[in-house]
Design a protein around this ligand. Structure first.
Ligand SMILES: Nc1ncnc2c1ncn2[C@@H]1O[C@H](COP(=O)(O)OP(=O)(O)OP(=O)(O)O)[C@@H](O)[C@H]1O
Ligand SMILES: [Mg+2]
Length: 472
């Protein structure tokens, strides 16, 4: 099954050589380049058999080589493979020894493979970039220890049979959204799905301190779901208004071709058990990928439960996060030190990120000592401890910004400035401190950064800080 993985340069070189050798083979249904996205893209533009598509790709790359790289080497490849000229003859024509011709041929193949690899990277980036923008996705960060899950979810989604509903389950902060986010980028590069939709089913929360409602979308019920899906999957605004018409239109679309619909945070849906039968009706061949902290046991749903990261993956995450924050001592720390963190925090990705952030300004023993109280308790209590500890280290401006974040979720710097009423200098300081502590998540291109806080951070603010700050 077609499944895009990273491109290995040495493998691609061997494949390009194979493809060149088969240039004049009679029609052929397989291609050494069929794993490339540009191969599949070429087939979409102009359907043809695999041999033809492969030769078109080679020809295009040869042309680029001729125009912008090394015309001599491009010509050598043409003579050797497209015109099927023996190496001795080509060597003779070009006035070189046969051994030199062999060497040049290797160089030429390497160059051609590099050109294809760069075209492939560009094509993938264009697809992913468009997807990120259209769906306003959380930024993709480096993820550790999830290859096995990526594969399982990928296989469940690409299989042409039930289950049509695939659920990623697990505790808050364990990485469900992060996994779904990584999976759909892979799915976007397969020819399988017509389109991908992403719906965040976050319930509206009451904001006791300010008596305001966040500007987030309304709670997800069946009607909102149908509306958002139609909006995401249609190029133009729809003329239909009646709920039955909308449902009929959506059903027709999702039944005609496979789409992939992600519903993030399903457990926050008002009445999510009644939503499941609706999804089941809309599914097949469309697949639904659900993320949820809890799921009732259901038949017909393939459930993939995320466990804590193991020790090795937790260490990788800790080292990576330390390096991001230029904490070189910790990035190169001996296993014993990392192990002390892991023993207390466990393999909870968000908790590990929060703790690393605190080590930027506090000594390890102090951070760990106070967390020990939370050991053996439930994970949400561990989080509450970690958040309280972070809260203590925050400057006033950072607290002020954090407290208004539920009202400015996914906001730009201008939103944050207006909502927090901080002066620009203070705002920048607050952003730096909150990002270092992993209390803020940043996404978007450099000139259009957006900021949000994690749901667990929001819960902490709503349940703990406000309660506490309101006590006389
Ligand atoms: N395997 C991983 N490696 C590195 N970082 C991870 C990993 N999994 C998750 N993270 C990071 O941990 C944080 C929490 O992950 P995520 O938001 O996906 O959790 P979640 O399970 O969706 O939580 P919730 O139930 O609250 O929605 C994110 O910042 C994410 O990037
Ligand atoms: Mg999530």
């Amino acid at each position: 099954m077609f499944y895009p993985t990273d491109i290995s340069p040495s493998q691609l070189r061997a494949e390009v050589h194979e493809a060149l050798k088969s240039w004049s083979k009679p029609n052929d249904d397989t291609s050494p380049l069929s794993h490339l996205y540009i191969f599949h893209q070429a087939g979409q533009v102009r359907p043809a058999n695999a041999r033809r598509l492969t030769n078109d790709l080679l020809l295009q790359a040869l042309k680029t080589m001729e125009d912008s790289y090394d015309p001599f080497l491009a010509d050598l490849l043409r003579r050797r493979f497209l015109e099927n000229t023996p190496v001795a003859l080509v060597a003779n024509e070009k006035n070189m020894a046969e051994a030199t011709a062999h060497k040049k041929q290797r160089q030429a193949i390497d160059q051609l493979a590099d050109i294809l690899a760069s075209q492939e990277r560009q094509a993938r980036q264009a697809v992913i970039g468009a997807l990120e923008q259209r769906l306003n996705l959380p930024a993709l960060t480096d993820l550790f220890g999830i290859d096995h899950y990526l594969q399982r979810v990928g296989e469940a989604l690409l299989s042409l049979e039930p289950a049509w509903l695939v659920a990623i389950e697990g505790l808050g902060g364990i990485g469900k959204t992060a996994l779904a986010n990584a999976v759909i980028r892979q799915m976007a590069l397969t020819p399988h799905f017509q389109q991908i939709a992403w719906i965040s089913a976050k319930q509206q929360e009451f904001w006791p301190g300010l008596g305001l409602q966040p500007t987030a979308q309304p709670a997800l019920d069946s009607e909102t779901l149908i509306d958002s899906l139609l909006a995401q999957l249609s190029e133009e605004p729809l003329a239909v208004v009646l709920p039955q018409q909308k449902m009929a239109l959506l059903t027709e679309r999702l039944k005609a071709q496979p789409y992939l619909v992600v519903i993030d945070n399903l457990e926050t849906v008002v009445d999510f058990e009644s939503l499941l039968p609706l999804l089941a009706r809309l599914a097949n061949p469309t697949k639904f990928l659900l993320t949820s902290r809890l799921m009732p046991p259901q038949t017909g749903i393939a459930s993939i439960r995320l466990a804590e990261l193991d020790r090795a993956a937790s260490f990788d995450l800790l080292r990576h996060e330390a390096a991001l924050r230029h904490m070189t001592t910790l990035a190169d720390a001996a296993e014993e030190q990392l192990d002390r963190i892991y023993q207390v925090v466990g393999g909870h990705p968000l908790a590990l990120k929060l703790v690393i952030g605190q080590l930027h300004s506090l000594p390890l023993s102090q951070v760990l000592d106070s967390l020990r109280e939370a050991q053996g308790k439930r994970v949400d209590e561990l989080y509450t401890f970690i958040y309280w500890q972070a809260w203590q280290t925050l400057a006033e401006s950072s607290r002020q910004l954090l407290l208004v974040m539920p009202l400015a979720q996914n906001g730009t710097i201008d939103h944050l400035a207006t909502t927090s009423q901080l002066a620009m200098g203070d705002l920048y300081d607050a952003l730096t401190q909150l990002t270092t502590l992993s209390l803020l998540e940043v996404s978007g291109a450099i000139d259009q950064r957006r900021y949000r806080i994690h749901r667990l951070t929001e819960t902490f603010l709503l349940n703990e800080v406000l309660k506490w700050s309101q006590t006389p």
